[in-house]
Design a protein. Structure first.
Length: 163
């Protein structure tokens, strides 16, 4: 999980994979954490009593490659992305703590290709007043996305990774 925060837009990035770095007898189920949380007020160093999803938009990243021998998390073609406004999760999942990939797909998230990812993120209807500031958030998102990919690389020498 990585949080991106700009004045205008907060995005939460969650990732999951069918493959794990340990030996598997079967592929893992893909699911994501979506639980409401208490926000920390930095001025008082106290948590809010109200629990809610803190982001405006959720971005779900699935490492969809299923062959351990040819796995390469740095290969962008092995990833699928799903973008959904938090309001859709709030309406359909209320206090739910996690969601499966199948459950997420029932909510009809945007499924951008990597080329369209940035443009479709701009079109997520979070709040019309936020759209004009979303470009600044996307700059941070682009840089941080690379960090997510690097952190998602399993530390298993059986997996091939780019140098």
């Amino acid at each position: 999980m990585i949080w991106f925060h700009q004045k205008a837009l907060q995005s939460k990035l969650e990732s999951s994979s069918y493959l794990q770095s340990w030996a598997q007898s079967k592929l893992s189920s893909v699911s994501f954490g979506i639980q409401p949380t208490s926000a920390l007020d930095l001025s008082t160093n106290k948590y809010s009593e109200v629990r809610k999803r803190q982001a405006d938009v959720y971005i779900f990243c699935v490492y969809s490659h299923k062959n351990q021998e040819t796995a390469n998390p740095l290969n962008i073609e092995h990833w699928e992305f799903y973008v959904i406004p938090t309001s859709v999760l709030n309406e359909n999942c209320q206090n739910q703590k996690s969601i499966s990939l199948a459950g997420l797909l029932k909510l009809n998230p945007l499924k951008p290709t990597i080329m369209k990812f940035t443009m479709q993120l701009l079109n997520v209807r979070v709040n019309k007043s936020l759209k004009h500031r979303a470009l600044r958030a996307l700059d941070s998102l682009s840089r941080s996305f690379v960090v997510l990919l690097r952190k998602s690389i399993p530390q298993n020498r059986n997996l091939k990774t780019a140098a």
